[in-house]
Unconditional design. Structure first.
Ligand code: GLN
Length: 497
């Protein structure tokens, strides 16, 4: 009997449920075409994004062109690997040639980059299809997407709640089956926290592992690009595609890139998992701590050894981060003056034009940070604030160095709570900053970290955070995969149908 329309719908919906690995296998066997899958993803975005708000810009013509090019390559036997023809999406902080890129800010409205970010270039070279640009907090400043100059993104598990931030759109789109994977950036937690809140896997690579060329700068000594995906294997695949040396980024590492999927199934037996004492002193909600402790128990049952470690300077991390990050941001954002990029406001003379452009173009959070950062860097205060923060940064890094003498990775919560309601923290910036308590140390110490689903609490995903030695993403992925085998990926979100 021929399949009826009903069966057709089931199989269509089924395609969007696949992991990248599964989709790649179907594409390779010619059981599906990239154009077909791309059309489904675009239709899904069309049907759901009015409510979700994950995208700032969808580029359907471009996506379909790329998909057809991929299908043609495939029919000639010239497919470029597992990402060829796979629909992905990019955080709007990554430059895309010919496609408006705003970093979630009004000041960059209408800015069309003349070149691609290195990571966009690499994904293109791998044959991936780009669906569009994803919503985010303005200049990646925030933890909820409520600082987006355009609209907040919502959590696909509960539309009244935040998807996290700043890469909230990147996490929500992947969780909501609009895209098979995405890229975000993480300066103080912006990949791991939204991954945790939306129930996807998010990897913040070691500083220097992924090129920052063409990434709109927030805090240059902390920023890294990383993947978000529904499975650990997919995240490993995406990381492998974007990692590697780039002479155009002088902080880019020349270390060879391993195959991150190799050894990913080999489990955690014999691994020493560090449990920071400071992270389990009642700072996290009971429901979050419960899932995290269960994950630790799972590791132990699978043959890992839990080791208590200390991160005595962790408590100064937020203060140090919000000085270093605002200082660097105040310098990086100086270039938006109405002359070269995006918005230009009217004014009598150059100075007034600068002033009006920056006043109208920046939202409250970048303004707050420009003022804080400029203050911290000003003569007379530099030693008291910026220099001190740099010293604390060294101490935070030494804490991790010491911890890694007795363990192979550190494990704990990503965030103190599950996804919080939109509106809850937006009027109190300090409360918003404090929610970054567990993620910031990893950036200050330039280490790799990830978030992997560790179960649900009150109907919302809980993320487990793993932090590793510099350039040891492989161990993190292996441990995350071991947990994923036990608890499974987060359930498909129900709030958007
Ligand atoms: N929430 C943090 C901040 O607002 C981290 C942001 C990020 O990682 N980009 O700075």
């Amino acid at each position: 009997m021929l399949p009826g329309p009903e069966d057709h719908r089931v199989s269509e919906a089924g395609l969007l449920e696949l992991s990248i690995g599964e989709l790649a296998a179907k594409l390779a066997r010619r059981e599906a075409a990239s154009e077909e899958v791309t059309r489904l993803a675009l239709a899904r975005i069309e049907a759901t994004d009015g409510r979700l708000g994950a995208f700032l810009r969808v580029t359907p013509e471009r996506a379909l062109e790329e998909a057809r090019a991929s299908d043609r390559r495939r029919s000639r036997g010239e497919a470029r690997g597992p990402l060829d023809g796979v629909p992905l999406a990019l955080k709007d902080i990554l430059l895309t040639e010919g496609v408006e890129t705003t970093a979630g800010s009004r000041i960059l409205r209408g800015f069309i980059p003349p070149y691609d970010a290195a990571v966009a270039e690499r994904l293109r070279a791998a044959g991936a299809v780009t669906l569009g640009k994803l919503n985010m907090d303005e200049f990646a400043m925030g933890s909820s997407t409520e600082n987006s100059a355009y609209r907040p993104c919502r959590n696909p598990h509960d539309l009244g709640r935040t998807p996290g931030g700043s890469s909230g759109g990147s996490a929500a789109a992947v969780a909501a089956r609009q895209a098979f994977g995405s890229l975000g950036t993480d300066t103080g937690g912006s990949i791991r926290q939204p991954a945790g809140f939306c129930g996807v896997v998010g990897v913040k690579p070691t500083y220097g592992r992924v090129s920052r060329y063409g990434v709109i700068a927030f805090a240059s000594s902390l920023d890294q690009v990383g993947p978000m995906a529904r499975t650990v294997g997919d995240a490993a695949l995406l990381l492998g595609a974007i990692a590697g040396h780039d002479p155009r980024d002088m902080t880019s590492s020349e270390r060879p890139v391993p195959d991150y999927r190799e050894g990913i199934e080999s489990g955690v037996a014999g691994l020493r998992v560090g449990v920071p004492r400071e992270w389990f002193q009642g700072g996290a909600d009971a429901g979050v701590e419960g899932r995290v402790r269960e994950a630790l128990a799972t590791f132990e049952r699978l043959g890992a050894r839990l080791v208590e470690v200390e991160l005595p300077h962790a408590k100064y991390g937020i203060a140090a981060y919000y000085l270093v990050a605002t200082a660097e941001a105040s310098s990086n954002l100086a270039r938006y003056d109405g002359v070269r990029f995006g918005l230009r406001a009217e004014g009598k003379g150059l100075r007034e034009m600068y002033g009006h452009t920056r006043d109208q173009g920046f939202g409250p959070e970048p303004k707050r940070r420009i003022m804080l950062g400029t203050y911290a860097l000003s003569a007379g205060y530099y030693d008291a604030y910026y220099l001190r923060a740099q010293k604390v940064r060294t101490l935070v890094r030494r804490d991790f160095d010491r911890a890694f003498e007795s363990c192979d990775l550190v494990a704990g919560p990503v965030s103190p709570t599950v996804a919080f309601p939109l509106g809850e923290k937006i009027s109190d910036p300090l409360q918003m900053y404090l929610a970054d308590v567990y993620t910031i140390g990893c950036n200050l110490a330039a280490l790799p970290g990830l978030s992997v689903p560790a179960g649900m609490h009150a109907g919302l995903p809980v993320g487990l955070q793993l932090i590793g030695r510099a350039f040891d993403e492989s161990t993190l992925l292996r441990a995350a995969r071991a947990l994923e085998r036990e608890v499974g990926p987060a359930p498909a979100p129900r709030a958007i149908g």
